[in-house]
Design a protein around this ligand. Structure first.
Ligand SMILES: [Fe+2]
Ligand SMILES: [Fe+2]
Length: 301
């Protein structure tokens, strides 16, 4: 595997430096960091019982396009049953509160990727034994964004090359932070945070590895889908559902995303809810992407 060198510091929400820039991140480094853990005894709480998370999820479910996916109460209730037991240490919940206050889009994204990846995992994962530990990857995949300045996260103009590099730091920063907060260098959420911008064809970052883990692939597809559907600082108007699904299908066709997971995503959007393996995905492109999309545009400074 390519070495993971930190370009920037990793620090906690209260500005305590955990690992300095320049360090090569490895399992041993994360283990060493865990051994320095000084916070009060490990306290955790059920995610859906924290703050207004459950009410916010129900509100977002009632709005397009999630209201197509979760059209009936029975479907919503069975998804919430799966999400209900998921616990997180209080520091992670504090980070969710921070984003709710300072960058509401990111907070919304955390909880919608949580819901969507849990829904897809239920349909796609044969072994449900590890599901509880694995679905924590949904709400925590972007946790490392606390190590990126808010003015970069919320910038509406194209990013400069160095700002783009700083933004990309969130994947490895999240990996380190999750090891520290979960007190476990092997927890699945660490892997998902590090790899959620990798692609199946090796064209992603931070390492350019080819995705192989199905649950990570589920987080990746949920992440791309929710990002397209949401208004973002760099794109005032979001994709409509049809165009977002077409965009994702095109990415799967190019080998960037898992075809089966995209099939499952299309299946949950269909009224008759076919089994994903019976779902034929159209390759036709009829939608129009929104105007003024600054994503991926870099200006050199
Ligand atoms: Fe991300
Ligand atoms: Fe994300």
């Amino acid at each position: 595997m390519t070495t993971l060198k930190l370009n920037y510091n990793v620090f906690t929400l209260d500005n305590r430096q955990l690992i300095p820039a320049g360090t090569i991140v490895s399992d041993d480094i994360v283990e060493e960091l865990i051994s320095t853990y000084q916070s009060p005894p490990h306290q955790s709480s059920v995610l859906l019982k924290h703050g207004s998370i459950k009410d916010d999820i129900l509100l977002f479910f009632s709005q397009p396009p999630y209201n197509t996916i979760l059209a009936d109460e029975k479907r919503t209730a069975s998804l919430l049953d799966l999400m209900e037991p998921v616990n997180a240490p209080y520091q992670i919940l504090e980070i969710m509160d921070y984003f709710k206050l300072h960058d509401f889009y990111t907070y919304r994204h955390f909880i919608m990727v949580f819901a969507l990846s849990t829904l897809l995992a239920r349909d796609l994962m044969e072994d449900h034994n590890d599901l509880l530990a694995e679905v924590l990857a949904g709400p925590t995949h972007d946790l490392g964004k606390i190590c990126v300045p808010l003015n970069i996260l919320k910038k509406t103009d194209p990013l400069t090359r160095s700002e783009r590099l700083f933004l990309e730091h969130h994947a490895i920063a999240g990996h380190v932070l999750l090891g520290y907060y979960l007190q476990d260098s092997k927890a699945f959420a660490l892997k998902a945070a590090r790899d959620h911008h990798e692609r199946n064809d090796g064209s992603g970052y931070p390492c350019g590895t080819h995705l192989k883990d199905r649950m990570v692939e589920i987080v990746v597809v949920s992440d791309v889908y929710d990002a397209l559907l949401s208004p973002r600082p760099y794109r005032r108007i979001s994709y409509d559902n049809r165009t977002a699904l077409e965009e994702i299908t095109a990415m799967a066709k190019k080998g960037k995303l898992s075809w089966e997971i995209v099939q499952a995503l299309v299946a949950v959007n269909r009224k008759d809810r076919p089994h994903y393996s019976d779902c034929t995905v159209s390759l036709e492109k009829r939608g129009t992407p929104p105007p003024d999309n600054m994503y991926g545009i870099i200006v050199d400074k």
